[in-house]
Ligand binder design. Structure first.
Ligand SMILES: [Zn+2]
Length: 727
């Protein structure tokens, strides 16, 4: 033992340390979180690591992905991460894979090699994919995500804890009422959203812009309605407008909106577009229409800017362009050019200049189709200038180009510290899982370690995750004043589409075995399905029963003679999961297919079924018995529940190997959590739909997964571990 490991061995103990040295760990992703994990693993003595990442190093990664230097820009993240991490600990064995974890080569068989999988991914799609691979391969998954200051780690051990998909990834829509955007902004974001709408009106699909309508704001109409609804109230309110006055206000409102649309439509065309002065004059007309005329007119309305914190001040082009750098507060302060606040005059110049360029020879071809893009510097300049001018009118603080980019593009900047915290927590959780596995040789450990050995099936057996915790990283102290909030791991959600249903494994030669044989010999002959319907991803490959169209029947019958691999929707191959449902039995399960060629003499069936076998919904009597026993178990402690599970697994298993397999037939122990879970999901659902209703008259500006917190960090474009798009 080298001196390098002496302290580790003392801290962990000889057994656990040996486990750490020898276990196989997969790290998916070597970006912001991944490089931190890799460093932690090699420094903690982990000796057998593989990493997967499809990305190459970008200059924007360098501020926090500390294994990378500028000389690495353009190179493979996984390969460079491996090289540099090896310098930390040359003892470690690290294999780097440059590729997308969704590729076939990283399927269930690949995942099965590992003892633990750590997710360090920046998009939900890939995280879901790895979750399902881990469920199928029966491997513990330690997942993490960050979103700015917020972060989370979670442990997913199939059938023991909730999987990544157990909690639906809700989309919390950040919505603003249209009237807030059009009339009563009080935050920079309101003006930025408005500026994006102005961009759409001037250069994009004008009809889709909320500034294109000429109808008055609903709040003006509503406010008037409310006031006039109660005649007594009106009687005491001398200022209350009469219905004629309301009508008049609404007509004026319409008139103002029409003027804006007209000003925008007064765009020069043909040869006129080549005359700089003509285009500048156009920009000035739009400027005056939106920053001066509209505000000036609306101030005269009885309900104009009702609800605004402070009445706005109109701003003419003359005035704005004659104002010297009166308030370029950031200008003297130095700092990065894009991060300083521009003066009013600079905003005005930028507004006009960007209109000129957008209508210039290079861009004008896409007039009517242009779309705001935070990464398109020109569109960003227009939106920054326009929103700042509006901010000035409404007494709202202005924002730099940099900040506007973040707000307009719904970016939350990644923070190195948060990444480091979650990566540290993931490494700790990996060691905890190994500690739970330590009585079982790593090579034999699959899923629920204690049950792998007969003497461990006593009531005191800890589950694999007995000491594991999910941890939330908060920005402000929560609870008892901590920034880190540890929580228990929730039980699986029986309705989860990834882990909630039975999982049957089918080993078969997919190039020869036909789809018809799958239906007749496996599903009906072996698994007792009456009327199967078979889905592959979103495609229905087969269904039986009443009410089918002739076309459907023809399509389904045509699939039967095909080899599994030749079926529609990509075919059924190694690693494919098909969904099978039998409404007649209220039965639903998944079949995970493994490619295997059988010798007809040894196995005349030419297929093998493993995992757990699906069961129809238990009848009412069984149901209540199960509930009673579950209640009892719940009220005493967790341990008896696990004993029941183990027993059920034992009774379900077909051979030694399958005894430790997952078993959703163990309804007895999951009954209670299931009911609770259902309730939770219902209330969550009703909460959501209420929010949706409230937002009906609002414009959806952006979507952010706050509920999932860091769970849903980012979109699927895969290039954004530096920034997290929540658009
Ligand atoms: Zn699940």
């Amino acid at each position: 033992m080298t001196a390098r490991y002496a302290h580790l061995e003392r801290s962990l103990g000889a057994d656990l340390f040996a486990q750490v040295r020898s276990c196989k760990v997969l790290v998916v992703g070597s970006g912001g979180i991944g490089v931190e994990i890799l460093k932690n693993l090699v420094m903690s003595g982990f000796g057998d690591i593989e990493i997967v990442d499809l990305d190459t190093i970008d200059v924007s990664n360098l501020n926090r992905q500390f294994l990378f230097r500028s000389k690495h820009v353009g190179m493979s993240k996984s390969e460079v991460a491996r090289e540099v991490a090896l310098q930390f600990n040359p003892d470690a064995k690290i294999v780097a894979h440059h590729g997308n974890v969704k590729e076939e080569r990283f399927g269930v068989q690949f995942i099965s090699k590992f003892d633990i999988v750590l997710n360090a991914l920046d998009n939900v799609g890939a995280r879901q994919h790895v979750n399902r691979l881990c469920l199928a391969a029966k491997k513990p998954l330690i997942d993490a995500g960050t979103q700015g200051y917020l972060g989370q780690t979670n442990i997913h051990v199939g059938r023991e804890t909730a999987c990544f998909d157990c909690e639906p990834k809700t989309e919390n829509k950040r919505t603003f009422a249209i009237c807030t955007i059009r009339s009563t902004p009080d935050k920079p974001v309101h003006c930025i959203v408005w500026a994006k709408e102005l961009f759409k009106l001037m250069f994009g699909n004008a009809e889709e812009s909320m500034l294109s309508g000429t109808e008055p704001d609903e709040d003006i109409a509503d406010a008037n309605k409310e006031e006039s609804a109660d005649p007594d109230a009106n009687a005491t309110n001398a200022d209350a407008p009469s219905s004629a006055e309301i009508k008049e206000d609404q007509n004026k409102e319409k008139e103002i909106r029409s003027q804006i649309v007209e000003a925008v439509a007064s765009r020069p065309s043909g040869d006129e577009l080549d005359k700089d002065e003509t285009v500048r004059a156009y920009a000035r007309r739009v400027f005056d229409a939106v920053f001066d005329h509209e505000i000036r007119f609306k101030l005269q309305l009885r309900n104009g800017y009702k609800g605004a914190n402070k009445r706005p001040t109109p701003l003419t082009f003359e005035e704005a362009s004659s104002k010297a750098d009166e308030d370029a507060s950031g200008q003297q302060a130095g700092g990065l050019k894009d991060q300083r606040i521009m003066s009013l005059k600079e905003c005005t110049d930028m507004f006009v200049d960007s209109v000129v360029t957008l209508l210039g020879p290079e861009r004008r071809g896409s007039l009517g189709d242009m779309v705001f893009d935070k990464d398109d510097a020109l569109t960003l300049r227009f939106v920054t200038a326009a929103s700042n001018l509006r901010c000035h009118c409404f007494n709202i603080e202005r924002k730099s180009l940099w900040d506007t980019k973040g707000i307009a593009g719904n970016i939350i900047h990644a923070i190195a510290t948060t990444n480091a915290i979650v990566a540290g927590l993931q490494t700790l959780e990996a060691i905890k899982i190994l500690a739970a596995l330590k009585r079982v040789p790593v090579a034999n450990a699959t899923w629920r370690a204690p049950s792998a050995s007969a003497e461990d099936t006593d009531a005191a057996s800890p589950a694999l995750t007995a000491n594991s915790t999910a941890v939330w990283v908060a920005r402000e102290p929560v609870g008892r004043g901590y920034l880190l909030q540890a929580t228990g791991l929730p039980p699986p959600n029986p309705k989860c589409f990834s882990c909630g249903n039975a999982l049957v494994t089918l080993s078969v030669d997919t190039s020869k075995f036909t789809f018809g044989d799958l239906i007749d010999r496996v599903l009906k002959g072996r698994l007792g399905v009456n009327l199967p319907s078979i889905m592959l991803d979103a495609s229905e490959l087969y269904a039986e029963g009443d009410g089918l169209d002739e076309d459907e029947v023809e399509f389904f019958e045509a699939n039967k003679p095909k080899a599994l691999a030749d079926c529609p929707a990509g075919g059924i191959k190694e690693g494919t999961i098909v969904d099978v449902e039998d409404f007649s039995q209220d039965m639903k399960f998944k079949v995970l297919v493994h490619q295997k060629v059988y010798d007809a003499e040894e196995n005349p069936d030419l297929f093998e079924v493993g995992g757990e076998e699906p069961v129809a919904k238990p009848d009412a009597k069984e149901d209540s018995e199960e509930k009673a026993s579950a209640d009892k178990a719940e009220s005493s402690s967790d341990a008896p529940v696990r004993t029941q599970e183990v027993e059920a697994i034992m009774s379900t298993g077909k051979d030694g190997e399958e005894l430790v397999a997952v078993a959703s037939t163990v309804v007895s122990s999951s009954k209670r959590p299931r009911e609770d879970g259902e309730k939770d999901h219902e209330s969550e659902g009703s909460k959501r739909s209420k929010t949706d209703d409230e937002g009906a008259a609002a414009v959806v500006v952006s979507e952010i997964d706050l509920a999932g917190g860091a769970k849903a960090s980012g979109d699927d474009d895969g290039d954004d571990d530096d920034v997290i798009c929540i658009d």
